[in-house]
Design a protein around this ligand. Structure first.
Ligand SMILES: C[S@@+](CC[C@H](N)C(=O)[O-])C[C@H]1O[C@@H](n2cnc3c(N)ncnc32)[C@H](O)[C@@H]1O
Length: 375
């Protein structure tokens, strides 16, 4: 892999300049070859090309906002056509001298930072202008929307799996999801990017989309069999989630203060739970009111956090999963384990140590996760 080495920390973060290892680019091309007949007839376009690591084939076009990256790309692969511009502004095929009927495949690894976290520095704000119809909180979503504006025949790019599986993100994909369908993919861990591996790993999908009259809906994604690079297969629909039993977010509008027996930190996804608190000492802006009736389910989440190292990275953006029938059978184990950790719960639940507690709970997680259980 050619690592990006000309930018300082701030620019690297702001431009999302984490370059892609060649073996991931190989996966992109194997997906294309498997699914697009006559792939050689297409023009390959990467609108965030960096040093041009994704540009392979007879006809390639690369563009990047980073002038030095484009210079390096030109030197490494001089046969290609290059542009140094902002690919999210005045998006049109004409920006690339591409005609309406030209067949194109967009490849690459667009930046996927949350634009609200751009570090202030000398990069001029004007450089980050975006067309109104590709505006989104996340730069990566803006890029996907730009591929739709360019009417690419195929799109084969890396992006966080959360764009597809988090409902709000999927909605934000707007015209992209109306006009493209996921036809093949491989999920890998963000940990494969050496520069980001210190952070909690999250799933990245290498996704091949085909332009399609019907696009894709939530249901399609929920049922989609995602495959990982180590041959695990999972779909989101397979799992029941905690949100079907309790509130994940502050619920003071529906649960009165007097009914609260405990407080619990807001639950986003599994990766958030890794870092977050569970039971809270007192009510805060992020607190969920726990009632006596549903306390056991919050104990479940508290124990789930202890077992998070057994959950694979690719479920990191999923909601907390539960097998309700198995849980109800083992409920006393979960509850007492949680009570041992949080003595204040003692007036509502008994902190008694059951024999076989650890084995019972481990057994539960092995059953819940099946082949996905991480030893
Ligand atoms: C994750 S890197 C990918 C680089 C290269 N394709 C690779 O994977 O090796 C993201 C690239 O997007 C570029 N970029 C960020 N915002 C851009 C924009 N608005 N227009 C064009 N390029 C942009 C960055 O300069 C960076 O080179």
């Amino acid at each position: 892999m050619v690592e990006q080495k000309h930018l300082g920390h701030k620019d690297t973060v702001n431009l999302g300049s984490y370059y892609t290892p060649a073996w991931l680019v190989d996966i992109v091309y194997s997906l294309i070859e498997k699914n697009a007949s006559n792939a050689g007839d297409y023009c390959i376009l990467d609108t965030s090309c960096g040093y041009g690591g994704f540009l392979r084939g007879a006809k390639t076009i690369g563009a990047d906002i980073d002038e030095k990256a484009v210079e390096t790309a030109k030197q490494t692969s001089p046969h290609g056509v290059y542009f140094n511009h902002n690919s999210l502004f005045k998006i049109a095929r004409s920006q690339y001298n591409l005609g309406k009927n030209e067949k194109i495949i967009i490849v690459g690894n667009p930046p996927y930072n949350d634009t609200t976290s751009i570090i202030r520095n000398d990069i001029k704000k004007a450089k980050f202008l975006r067309d109104a119809d590709v505006m989104s909180r996340d730069l990566g979503i803006s890029f996907l929307l730009s591929y739709d504006k360019l009417a690419a025949d195929f799109v084969c790019v890396l992006h966080p799996l959360s764009y597809l599986i988090k409902k709000a993100n999927f909605q934000a994909l707007g015209q992209f999801r109306n006009n493209y369908k996921l036809i093949d993919s491989v999920v890998v861990s963000s940990g494969v990017f050496s520069a980001t591996s210190k952070l909690t790993s999250f799933p990245i999908i290498i996704a091949l989309y085909e332009r399609n009259l019907f696009g894709m809906d939530c249901e399609y994604i929920q049922n989609y069999p995602f495959k990982t690079n180590d041959n695990k297969v999972f779909s989101i629909k397979e799992y029941d989630t905690i949100g079907n039993y309790i509130s994940k977010y502050p619920n003071h509008k529906t649960v009165g203060k007097r009914d609260a027996v405990a407080y619990f930190y807001t639950m986003r996804d599994i990766n958030a739970l890794k870092r977050a608190a569970t039971f809270l000492e007192k009510e805060t802006g992020n607190a969920v009111r726990v009632t006596k009736k549903n306390l056991a389910y919050y104990c479940y989440v508290d124990v789930f956090k202890d077992y998070i190292s057994h959950i694979p990275y690719y479920f990191g953006n999923n909601d907390i999963m539960i097998n309700n029938d198995c849980f109800r059978e083992l409920e006393p184990l979960f509850v007492s384990r949680s009570a041992q950790k949080h003595p204040k719960l003692g007036s509502y639940i008994e902190a008694r140590k059951y024999t076989g507690e650890e084995a019972g709970i481990t057994g539960y997680f092995k059953e819940l996760l099946g082949v996905h259980y991480v030893d």
